[in-house]
Design a protein around this ligand. Structure first.
Ligand code: UD1
Ligand code: CA
Length: 455
């Protein structure tokens, strides 16, 4: 049977106490819904249908994709009512997999198992035995152990609340069956909502084959209703990311103190100290060392490159054995050859830096091409912006730029040139020569320091 995945994402998430719609709350820097969409896409279904409502425009904008069909649920009248908004566009011969937009850690493997199970059952639901089942629907079983229904936390008796087997919210059934069951539901319950889990009792009453599959890892089905659960799920996600890094051979100073908000690939003998945050796509070659409290975003670092503490590396390609930081900021478009040294309080943007070049202290280098073996002294600035446009600075191989030099772009410093400290360079400086552009020092004879008048 062809598969349609329906994702429920219309709720406001009152319990989050936030203006942001619940499914846009970030997990590892991306909306919850984006994670659920990833899982849905892994199944390569015939169609994906997202039921949205609260913050509809924002939700659609945050999750682009031509493969998505959007259905509007103007008023949130319950999870079954949400599914009912999708059913009119789903062919009757499709199998429907329902996912919740607030259950983001669900594994594609688990979903494949459920769909496989649906070959021999009319309704398949996913269950989890949780240490604390508060807030979840509880699985009711008859004397023979068969599933007889689901009772919501808000409607459960004290005795039923002791049940720790919970409904994960994931369900698989044929579109035509779902349509019939949902049509038979009432909203006579504590929340006056049409509950999707209520279809289970109807299916059982009809004599349909109902199968419950218990999830292997209960963390997969953690639902997010409030900020505390959001934090729990974030930690669970990050634990798994850290585990992947360790399995790939990285050494983490503390697996609980690294955050991956994207994809990190590591080669052998990478070391990552505490407080590292990775965003976007990051590649760390063999022997890379990341010091404490560094943020690395969308960058590739070559073998044995070291990032010293408190350094921000964003949109950078670095060759082998570079040293960055401490306290450096490397911005998008920075390309470093091998053995480049970028020191403390140095900012680099949109620049190519040749091998062995050193920019060790307190400098700004933007829109520049810097050759090999160049030494840039403390406090050097490429004045690249005239208020309207950005201009290029070019520095040849083995040039030596003294401290405190202003390079007013567009400007070129020739290979082997030396620029005297404190110079303001507004014209090209020739190769292999000393260029000095600063006021001469003068002594004023007989000058007297002003004295304060006695009071
Ligand atoms: C739901 C289940 C509960 C299960 C738990 C698992 C129901 C009635 N209860 O409870 O059995 O244990 O999830 O996490 O299904 N939504 C809509 N439209 C609506 C209502 C909800 O799109 O009218 C969406 C929400 O945005 C959310 C999802 O459906 O993504 C689940 O709704 P939520 O209100 O969080 O249900 P729970 O109380 O967590
Ligand atoms: Ca929920």
């Amino acid at each position: 049977m062809p598969l349609t995945v329906v994702i429920l994402a219309a709720g406001k998430g009152k319990r989050m106490r936030s203006d942001l719609p619940k499914v846009l709350q970030p997990l590892a820097g991306r909306p919850l819904l984006a994670h659920v969409l990833d899982r849905a896409r892994e199944l390569e279904p015939e169609a994906i249908c997202v039921v949205h409502g609260h913050g509809a425009d924002a939700v659609r904008a945050a999750c682009p994709g031509n493969d998505l069909g959007w259905r509007l649920q103007a008023r949130q009248r319950g999870t079954a009512h949400a599914v009912a908004q999708a059913l009119p566009v789903i062919p009757a011969d499709h199998r429907v997999l329902v996912l919740f937009g607030d259950v983001p850690l669900i594994g594609a493997g688990t979903l494949r198992d459920l769909c496989a199970k649906a070959e021999s059952a009319d309704l398949v639901l996913l269950t989890a035995t949780l240490p604390d089942a508060t807030g979840y629907g509880r699985i009711l079983r008859d004397a023979d152990g068969g599933v007889s229904g689901i009772v919501e936390d808000a409607d459960a008796t004290d005795e039923q609340r002791l049940i720790r087997e919970t409904n994960a919210g994931v369900m698989v059934a044929a579109a035509c069956d779902l349509r019939r069951w949902i049509a038979g539901l009432s909203n006579d319950n504590a929340q006056q909502e049409y509950y999707l889990p209520d279809v289970v009792a109807l299916a059982v009453a009809e004599g349909a084959r109902v199968a419950a599959v218990e999830v292997d890892d209960p963390d997969e089905v953690l639902g997010i209703n409030d900020k505390s659960q959001l934090a729990d799920v974030e930690r669970s996600y990050q634990r798994a990311q850290a585990q992947k890094l360790v399995e790939a051979g990285a050494t983490l100073a503390d697996p609980a103190r690294v955050d991956v908000r994207g994809e990190v690939s590591v080669e052998a003998d990478v070391f990552i100290d505490v407080g590292a945050v990775f965003e976007g796509e990051v590649t760390l070659a063999a022997g890379v060392r990341i010091g404490p409290n560094c943020t690395i975003r969308d960058s590739r670092l070559g073998p044995d490159t070291v990032v010293h503490p408190n350094t921000v590396v964003d949109g950078v390609t670095a060759g082998a054995a570079c040293e960055l930081g401490p306290f450096a900021r490397l911005r998008p478009g920075t390309e470093l050859d091998e053995r480049v040294r970028i020191g403390n309080f140095v900012e680099i943007k949109n620049s190519r830096i040749g091998s062995g070049t050193k920019i060790n202290h307190l400098s700004y280098v933007g829109d520049a091409t810097v050759g090999r073996g160049v030494n840039i002294g403390a406090g050097t600035i490429t004045c690249n912006y005239d208020g309207a446009a950005k201009h290029q600075t070019t520095i040849g191989d083995k040039a030596f730029i003294g401290s405190g030099v202003m390079l007013i772009a567009p400007v070129e410093v020739g290979a082997g040139a030396t620029i005297g400290a404190g110079s303001t360079i507004s014209k090209d400086a020739p190769a292999d020569q000393l260029t000095v552009a600063r006021a001469r020092q003068a002594e004023i004879r007989g000058w007297q320091r002003p004295a304060k008048k006695p009071r």
